[in-house]
Write a protein that binds this ligand. Structure first.
Ligand code: GLN
Length: 491
């Protein structure tokens, strides 16, 4: 059937679902159009490490067959979503962008994937990332860099840079990423799209390769708040396979995104004072004025220890990474050195050859902060500060509905600008890590452009499990602006 919906790749998730429902398009048309676009453009952007076109088309045919038989699995049956290559998809490669896993194929589906399949979504593509999700630029992938669709000389952000790029370049209406310290929100900001990190425990982590288990969540990327809300409804919920997932009913987030409840916004003034790029500051202040002019209660809130967040994050996340990555030992799965001569050699050489530089740096740092003499000085102390952060944020969120701040201190930076200086790279996460340390939900939406044409992200943090409020405030802003509808030139 020839498509009657022009420029299929430009449509929102709801528009696509409606077009599938009234027969204007079929799912095979949709998937073929996206695959054609990807084949033509992804050579230069490299959003995907790999994708299995045949498997995607098979799923699309199955969706069409279900629809024909009147057996759709949900309203979103047939909607494609691309997946960060750190989330297990049965029968597909799970590389984590590491030589350590190379062409390892996952024997099972992560819970988020099982949930997407249960709704009839087309799960396709393995998007690029920083190795094991450690990084802020997707420069630390063993399989090459991903480029920012707005400027090919700039990074797309990271670690979920491939997922963000796949949505910004209109290869896929939706994507999944993971966010341990900003890896959904920061690339969403750099690529001019919407990205949400859910409350810790909202979404199952089963089948997601662990980097720092107490910090990370899977979350959606989409062009708009509505699209992200739809994806969140599909993946959220309790999972018996993940004891940290919480038994709280999953609301209809699309409906929540269209409601207008919260009216008070706390502005984190500290974030607008130091180390922030002038153009980012101006865009954020304009957003604040927008909310004020629309009758929102806007008040300043103080986040006094904000400057400690990066230090605390890098102590805790490296400690957890050190423990989690111990499983990659060259014995059970993944890369095994061919030069090993004895048992100890297998571990040392396999890990030495398999892991990249940034991953090794984190493992060394993690083993240091957990070692006998330093444990109390670093790890225990970081956990205490983390508790103080949580108390502070919950106290502030007693008096305001959401906290507003920039997503990042600058727009996308150039390749190589920070890759030789790990500390400079770590500072790119200064505004994002705290939501992970305290487990709160946070969203990034586009709120403007720099003079050089790079997108700027606005971040909103909400109360635990109140993603609906967050989505509704974000949507109120988004519906009054065009930033999310603009598209990189020459794509
Ligand atoms: N950029 C941060 C880091 O390098 C966060 C990564 C993430 O959220 N996965 O650790």
């Amino acid at each position: 059937m020839a498509s009657q919906l022009g420029n299929i790749h430009l449509h929102s998730v709801e528009e696509l679902a409606n077009a599938l429902a009234d027969g204007t398009i079929c799912c095979v048309d949709l998937m073929e159009a996206l695959l054609k676009r990807t084949a033509a453009l992804d050579k230069r952007l490299h959003a995907f490490i790999s994708y299995d076109a045949e498997d995607a088309l098979r799923q699309a045919r199955e969706s069409d067959a279900r629809r024909k038989a009147g057996k759709m699995l949900s309203r979103w049956d047939g909607i494609p979503i691309s997946i960060k290559d750190i989330i297990a998809v049965k029968g597909q490669p799970l590389s984590c962008a590491s030589r350590m896993l190379g062409n390892y194929v996952s024997p099972y589906d992560a819970t988020v994937i099982a949930k997407l399949r249960a709704a009839g979504a087309i799960v396709w593509g393995r998007t690029n990332l920083d190795e094991f999700a450690m990084g802020s630029s997707t420069e630390h992938s063993a399989f090459g860099i991903t480029r920012n669709p707005w400027n090919a000389n700039c990074v797309p952000g990271g670690s979920s840079g491939g997922s963000a790029c796949s949505v910004a370049a209109r290869f896929s209406p939706l994507a999944l990423g993971t966010d341990t310290g900003g890896s959904i929100r920061q690339p969403a900001a750099f690529c001019g799209i919407t990205g949400l990190k859910p409350t810790y425990g909202r979404v199952s982590r089963y089948g997601v390769t662990a980097f720092a288990s107490s910090l990370e969540q899977v979350g959606p990327f989409g062009r708009s708040v509505d699209d992200v809300a739809i994806a969140l409804s599909l993946i959220a919920g309790h999972d018996p396979h993940d004891s940290t997932s919480v038994r709280i009913a999953v609301p209809d987030y699309l409906e929540a995104a269209q409601r207008l409840t919260p009216r008070t916004i706390g502005v984190a003034e500290e974030c607008l004072r130091e180390g922030i790029d002038k153009e980012v500051e101006v865009a954020i202040r304009q957003a604040i004025s927008f909310f004020k002019a629309r009758g929102y209660g806007v008040r300043s809130v103080s986040l006094p220890q904000a400057s400690l967040a990066i230090a605390v994050y890098y102590v805790i996340s490296t400690a957890e990474a050190f423990s989690n990555l111990a499983r990659f030992d060259g014995v059970r799965y993944g890369h095994r050195s061919s030069r090993a001569e004895n048992a100890v050699d297998i571990y040392a050489k396999s890990r030495g050859e398999g892991f990249g530089e940034e991953v090794k740096r984190r493992i060394i740092l993690g083993s240091y902060v957990l070692s006998g003499g330093f444990y109390d000085a670093y790890y225990t102390r970081a956990q205490k500060v983390r508790t103080l952060f949580r108390q502070e944020y919950l106290r502030i969120l007693n008096s305001v509905d959401v906290i507003l701040m920039p997503t990042t201190p600058t727009a996308a930076f150039a390749f190589g600008e920070k890759s030789q200086d790990p500390l400079a790279m770590y500072l790119a996460d200064i505004y994002t890590v705290t939501a992970n340390l305290v487990g709160l939900p946070a969203i990034s939406i586009p709120c403007g452009f720099t003079g050089a044409g790079l997108p700027i992200g606005l971040q909103l943090l909400g109360k635990p499990f109140q993603e609906g409020d967050l989505l509704s405030v974000a949507n109120f802003f988004q519906k009054a602006h065009v930033y999310h509808q603009l598209m990189p030139k020459d794509l």
